[in-house]
Design a protein. Sequence first.
Length: 402
Amino acid sequence: MKKKLTTLLSLITFCLYPQSENWKIYNNLNSPLPNNKITSTTIDNEGKIFFGTHNGLVVYDGETWKNYNEKNSLISSNKILDISVDNFNNKWIGTPLGLVIYKEGVFKTINTQNSKFPSDKIRKIIIKGSKKYLATAKGIVIISLKDTIIINKQTNSLPDENIITLELDNRENIWLGTNSGLIYYNKKELKFFNKENSKLPDNHIWRLQTDKETVWVGTKKGLVKISDTDWQVFTKKNSGLPSNIITDITKDEYNRIWVGTTRGVVTYNGYEWKNYKTKKNLKTIFSIYIDKNDNKWLSTEKALIVLNEQGVSVLNNKKPNKPSYFNVLDNTKIEYFLPQSSNVEIKIYNNQGELVDVILEEKMLKGKHHFYYNTDSLTTGSYLCRFKTKKLSLTKKLIVMK
């Protein structure tokens, strides 16, 4: 029986991971996931994938799957609410029965019985350097190397200490989402926003995301963008949102935010909305995690979905990436391939090494790219076209004849 199970897992791994389509859908019928309700996903410093489910913690290392639950480990609860990884590769796991710290098969639980935690229910974990910020049902907990600080009604007069979510902005001010409104907090001041005293369309704040000078707020009746004192509300009526119920918000490296709703996922780059539709009718998105290969891991009630517009590249440490290449064809067509997303520079120099034109300077998605370069601004002669990434620099000759 054990041999058959190993063969089955190997077959599943082969079938799921070498594919290169834009969408992958995993559930407990085509993979070893113990539960279809995936609450959170993250990848640790060694490249292992961790899935939070309602039936324990799942770890995939590229070859084998492991499910940790109350029966086979010391994890305090099968219901995983959030997972985050620190610089030492410790996994910080939020559950309804305490904070679990996991590393190399060892579980340690911190709760109200063995610490000064005000609540055992840990909904959200943010790690910023050596500090850990925990959203609990009775306030927030800040763990540092020196001490543990509790911020709630008793210590700091929070108007609502039942914290649903939290985020830090670029100044490390704390933003808290509750079922009665939005809280802004730092050591000097505390502000409370609700639909009575602000432009919030609803008091239920389920998700928060910060981006430079902007705070994004996900509510049950729309998405709010806060930039300094300017508030902008997006709903189905004035945007590309498929639903007003916002379930998650995250950002990628291309100045886009990804918004999970009860009717799928959309992106917004500041001026354009894009709706992504899966092969199956999987609507409610619980969480969105973006890995270093630009795969979007969408946790839903019915399955785990992986999306990548350039082709899904899921964990597979044994196969090397296809190397970068760069070509100039017919002195006009420029093409290149990136094995992973990277900052790209393409510049034109004359034979004396002087810069003539900057064609491209931006971060590009992995995959094959090509475009046609207009040489009208160049005089007749020979030029050098230089392609540069963090790991590679290539030069091709470009000849202009008029």
